[in-house]
Design a protein around this ligand. Structure first.
Ligand code: MOS
Length: 717
């Protein structure tokens, strides 16, 4: 059973979403709710000299202004857990930082009150850019295997290039928001987050509350992409406002403030040297990466988390560094490290293939990886070559002519076909599930996990229908809610691989309980009828699951709101997901405008549990990558600090007119070791390598290598 493909099933929550019936956090309307608005700092660094609430309090409807005085000092550092974000402080670390919160009976009064507050500041000199004087380079742990410097010195052919990936901001449709309620000594937080458990732990720590007195509810999230993975700064601020006013308080952060306060994908620089031996195979890679970092930020520069394992190159020498300057904390944005690192690596490998006069697909196929060079452990599965072969077939790659500029339309339009691979760590986390089946036809599962559009509810439904034959129309799935199950961060593409085994276990435990019933063998008519026949109103089971190599302490971590993540290195193997992208670009002869009429993407995510939502994930990842490759970059304002293009008019994301056909396929072969079903992750690998394929296609069309994102018209004229 575990090795059979899953059938197509529509997204179980799609209908409610298109009807507008789904309640996102900011849709929660509690009686007596007050509305809040933050006051953003107008300097890039320094401290507040004076801040008067009087002008805001004079606005009709304004009830309270919270300042730094309303918050306890930052909690003492705790070993092994990152510090929660600061609340409102008088020290200013970045432009746009909240310096006050105005709470009012209406949103309009809150906005007017916030605009009336004019603090005075003492400004300090600040460092805006990675190459500004005062930026502090801080090297971190290198990643090494074999002896790349020696092998490169003896290489037959080398490519040595520099690449740049810009700062970018996530722009999910759902804004950051927090609605907090303080009732009978209990704090209830409604918020779009990927991290209900960690938010609970952080808010309790910040506000000196017992974690048992805090609940966080994030039933639906309207897009996340990592922006909602970190604990958000406004959460404890709004919670404190609810505690001080005794009324529910809601803040929906304007998009302009999100650009300055949310985490972002930092600018990163990549120096890649790839060497081939006389046999024409890649012999060694040297790769130095650094990225833009805040003064205290902890987002690591892990640019070697998938590049060494993609092509089985034994000699790899990778260094990384933070470049500390004055900005808000950078953080995780879909495929945080592999997206930029595979843009660099796949561009360099394409250059090497051209230097060796090898077809770029055939060249990649010649480097099948079986071993993780960093750990020496076998890869539990790697079907990247299946992805490349199937992608080439669907794309029609055999009709490609190798020379740049050799494929054109009669009107002079240049056609470019590019390929690139992607890999992403296959991670897992501990998870806990409670499953209850009723004789009345109802089923309820409460489990560790968050739904932000990736399709986790559909995945759960697939399993419960397959294993128990429950009625999907009467299936309630409670996730993202600390009051129903411990909640781990859902990120790093570990959602499906972590949930699938615990749901399977719950179903198996339920089958065992059903078999004990007097009517245990009268299974005809399904589980609900079986319960009715046995005169049992319901049955309930609770199960937990940990990843390979994890023990019970992972469950303790999960319950405490900490990290219970493992992977891609497991005790005796390493596991990655893979993808191959084939991209066609068309470059207009006069304007040099780049269009992408079609993409073929074939993924190896192990067993596909939900074909419909999996394909949608890949289309989303490719769409996001096309934005990254051709449009998106957030520009620092070096004069005043902060970001210049902090709205959707100037920060240009892909729209429908930019996206052509995206043909998605899957290898759909189970990983033999990661879990019983063999599911690996998909959400992030879907965008890894796409930008490299675009750059390679642009080279094929024009003969021009653009080694930075985004690739724009001005790079081609
Ligand atoms: Mo993902 S960027 O780890 O939510």
């Amino acid at each position: 059973m575990p090795t059979s493909p899953f059938p197509e099933r529509e997204r179980v929550d799609a209908r409610d979403k298109v009807l507008g019936a789904t309640k996102y956090a900011a849709d929660i309307a509690l009686p007596g709710t007050l509305f809040a608005m933050t006051v953003p700092a107008t300097i890039a660094k320094g401290r507040i000299a004076s801040l008067s609430a009087a002008a805001a309090m004079a606005v009709p409807g304004v009830i309270r202004v919270l300042t730094a005085d309303d918050f306890p000092p930052a909690p003492a550092p705790e070993k092994g857990s990152p510090p929660p974000p600061p609340t409102i402080t008088t020290e200013i670390a970045y432009r746009g930082q909240p310096v006050a919160l105005v709470v009012a009976g209406t949103l309009e009064a809150a906005i007017e009150g916030a605009e009336a507050i004019r603090p005075t500041y003492v400004g300090d000199a600040f460092v805006p850019l990675v190459d500004s004087p005062g930026a502090v380079r801080e090297p971190s742990e290198p990643v090494r295997a074999g002896d790349a410097p020696r092998v490169l010195a003896g290489s037959h052919t080398t490519v040595d290039r520099h690449y740049v990936s810009p700062a970018q901001h996530h722009n999910p449709i759902e804004m950051l928001s927090t609605t907090a309620e303080w009732r009978d000594g209990q704090l209830i937080i409604y918020e779009g987050t990927q991290s209900a458990g960690p938010v609970r732990a952080a808010v309790a720590r910040t506000l000196r509350l017992d974690p048992a007195a805090v609940e966080v509810k994030s039933a639906y999230v309207g897009g996340a992409f990592g922006q909602k993975g970190a604990v958000q700064r406004q959460t404890a601020i709004v919670a404190r406002a609810a505690m001080l006013t005794g009324r529910p308080v809601k803040l929906v952060m304007p998009r302009g403030q999100i650009f300055h306060n949310a985490t972002f994908r930092p600018l990163s620089r990549h120096h890649v040297t790839v060497g081939a031996g006389a046999d024409g195979r890649i012999a060694a890679i040297r790769y130095d990466a650094d990225h833009q970092q805040s003064r205290k930020g902890q987002f690591p520069p892990s640019y070697h988390e998938s590049a060494p394992q993609t092509y089985g190159v034994a000699d790899y020498d990778g260094t990384t560094a933070n470049v500390r300057l004055d900005t808000q904390d950078p953080g995780y944005m879909r495929a945080p490290h592999p997206h930029p690192s595979h843009f660099a690596l796949e561009s360099a490998i394409d250059e090497l293939a051209y230097r060796l006069d090898r077809d770029p697909v055939a060249f990649r196929l010649a480097h099948h990886a079986t071993v993780d060079p960093i750990t020496g452990h076998p890869l539990s599965s790697c079907f990247l070559n299946d992805c490349l072969t199937e992608g080439a077939r669907r794309f029609g790659w055999d009709r490609r002519t190798m020379a740049p500029g050799s494929m054109t339309l009669t009107d002079g339009t240049l056609i470019g076909w590019g390929v690139a691979s992607g890999a992403y760590p296959a991670n897992m986390t501990a998870a806990i599930a409670t499953l209850r089946i009723g004789a009345d036809g109802s089923t309820r599962i409460a489990v560790t996990g968050h739904e932000f559009g990736q399709g986790i509810r559909t995945v759960i439904t697939q399993l419960l229908v397959r294993d128990l034959g429950v009625d999907p129309a009467r299936l309630e799935i409670a996730i993202g809610d600390t009051s129903v199950a411990p909640q781990h961060t859902t990120a790093g593409s570990w959602g499906t691989a972590s949930l699938v085994p615990v749901v399977e276990k719950a179903a198996a435990a339920m089958r065992a309980r059903l078999a004990e019933l007097p009517a245990g063998h009268a299974a005809a008519g399904g589980v609900h009828r079986q319960l009715a026949a046995a005169r049992r109103p319901f049955l309930q089971v609770e199960v937990s699951n940990v990843g390979p190599g994890q023990d019970e302490t992972a469950l303790d971590q999960l319950r405490a709101g900490g990290s219970a993540k493992i992977g891609p290195e497991y005790p005796s193997f390493s596991t990655f997901s893979y993808i191959a992208h084939f991209v066609e670009v068309r470059v207009e002869p006069r304007t040099r405008r780049i269009r992408v009429p079609r993409v073929v993407s074939i993924a190896d995510c192990g067993r596909v549990v939900s074909p419909r939502t999996a394909a949608s994930q890949v289309r989303g990842g490719v769409t996001m990558a096309l934005g990254a490759a051709l449009r998106e970059a957030t520009e620092v304002d070096p004069r005043y600090g902060g970001w210049l293009n902090d709205d959707l008019a100037d920060y240009v994301v892909s729209v429908n007119a930019d996206i052509g056909d995206i043909d998605v396929g899957f290898v759909d072969r189970p990983d033999p070791l990661l879990n019983a079903i063999g599911a690996k992750g998909l959400g992030e690998v879907s965008m890894v390598g796409t930008a490299g394929a675009v750059a390679n296609a642009v080279f094929h069309a024009t003969g021009r290598r653009v080694r930075k994102m985004p690739i724009r018209i001005d790079d081609l004229i």
